[in-house]
Design a protein around this ligand. Structure first.
Ligand SMILES: [Fe+2]
Length: 154
């Protein structure tokens, strides 16, 4: 964590400094950054509007699924700050859904606002919130694996 939040916000795509060392979550975060980058590249396209809607829909669906993954693991790991964390996830989804409702080709500034919001949110959320549950979920996964191995031996 040597880089400042401002520096990280400028990073367009996935960076290993976002790794939580929880395999399933890291893979999903990486995929999310990939879809986000697609949105950035389509933004420069002359025939972009239809594609922007498609990619934003994909981001919304992917974020929804990914948040479910995190929330399920937080629940299983009995993570104390789960409620605050879920509020943040819901705020992110609300912002995307607000864009989906209002966006049309004459409202390009809305897209810039969405991109700026998402970039800042993703980075600060991973650093300020996701890193907090790492220990608890890692411990849960280790215990879960041990229980599974014991069951298969009996
Ligand atoms: Fe999260």
């Amino acid at each position: 964590m040597n880089q400042s939040i401002e520096e990280l916000i400028r990073i367009k795509s996935w960076n290993d400094c976002f790794l939580l060392n929880i395999n399933i979550i890291d893979k999903e975060h990486e995929r999310f950054f990939e879809i986000f980058d697609t949105l950035l590249s389509v933004k420069e396209d002359a025939f972009k509007h239809k594609n922007i809607i498609l990619i934003v829909n994909e981001l919304e669906e992917y974020a929804y699924q990914h948040f479910k993954t995190e929330e399920t693991l937080m629940k299983k790991a009995v993570y104390q700050e789960i409620e605050t964390h879920i509020v943040q996830h819901n705020q992110f989804l609300e912002q995307i859904r607000y864009f989906q409702l209002l966006y049309n080709p004459s409202k390009d500034s809305l897209l810039d606002e969405l991109i700026a919001f998402m970039r800042k949110w993703i980075v600060t959320h991973i650093y300020d919130e996701d890193f907090k549950y790492v220990e608890k979920i890692q411990l849960y996964l280790i215990k879960d694996e041990i229980t599974r191995q014991q069951k298969s031996q009996n």
